[in-house]
Design a protein around this ligand. Sequence first.
Ligand SMILES: NC(=O)c1ccc[n+]([C@@H]2O[C@H](COP(=O)([O-])OP(=O)(O)OC[C@H]3O[C@@H](n4cnc5c(N)ncnc54)[C@H](O)[C@@H]3O)[C@@H](O)[C@H]2O)c1
Length: 329
Amino acid sequence: MTQPKLKSSIAILGCGDVGSTLAYTLIMQPICSEVIMVDLKKELLEAQVRDLSDSTYGGRSGVKVRAGTHKDAGQADIVVITAGAKQKHGESRLSLLSRNLHILESIFSSMAPISPHTILLLVANPVDILTYFARKLSGLPESQVLGTGTSLDSARLRGILAEKAEVAPSSIDAYVLGEHGDSQFIVWSSATIGTTPLHLALPGKLTPEFKASISAHTRGAAGAIIAAKGCTSYGIGNIAASICKYILFDSRSVRPISFYQPELGCCLSMPAVVGRKGIIKSMPVLLDETERAELEKCASGLRGVIEGAEKELSADEQLRKALEVDEGV
Ligand SMILES: NC(=O)c1ccc[n+]([C@@H]2O[C@H](COP(=O)([O-])OP(=O)(O)OC[C@H]3O[C@@H](n4cnc5c(N)ncnc54)[C@H](O)[C@@H]3O)[C@@H](O)[C@H]2O)c1
């Protein structure tokens, strides 16, 4: 007889600034019964587990926090990947690709065999490219591999539009789609406040200058925070925790999430219904001509980066095989 499942577990790979903030958010809500922390830096890992466990003893949260191996992580309900290098001030997300792709490869070889029911949530950057390769390296169905994508950029958009319109951020229905990076774009044509189209809610304000300044804000917000404190962690910690909640609670929330787009040949953010099995379905989105062109440009840029990364991975593989032959392995 199969045993009843008693725990819901979330493994966090990488317990630096983002991983530990996510763990704290999961504990405080609480969203699951167990958080498994994994990091190569053993002292940091033990310290984070102790510190996070201390936050559970006050009685508000019964979440158990423990250190685990990559193999343990591979059996969790959700594996969140925050492991990887982060941007320095002025550095682009794409510049992290080579380092973080190699980390991703090593993570999947250490986690194997990964549970066929695990949902993977990519946070490390460049998140759209890593989501694409995680899908290949994990062997999991496409619907089970998601990236936080432009969820954070969309939250920032809600924040700034709410300020301009003097309403609550939760009343803003507007998305940033495409890449979590420089080629992202705002879907102005279908943005609403409540059910009111944006141009009626902000009469006379939607000038090209206004739109350009809001786009610059959502695209560049991370850079200003990183310049001052060396990382961003609270916004992304909250976004990643919310996505974990949509999954474990099968909430079917519609969010801009990065996932594989077969017709575009890459992973990027489009609105999706998120539930217990990951991406339940994509939601069609109405784009005007400009937005469609922006989506195409964004996808073509991401495809170019993927091609370059595929070449790098295959050169690495050839080198590894050649070294094995030399060493007589
Ligand atoms: N998607 C988003 O919106 C978003 C937002 C903020 C940060 N990020 C990204 O998240 C990543 C983490 O940022 P951070 O500030 O927490 O960095 P950090 O340096 O504080 O933490 C990264 C941790 O990963 C660990 N690590 C490295 N290789 C590992 C492996 N193989 N297995 C387990 N752990 C490993 C490191 O030891 C380190 O502790 C970065 O790539 C950053 O760009 C993404």
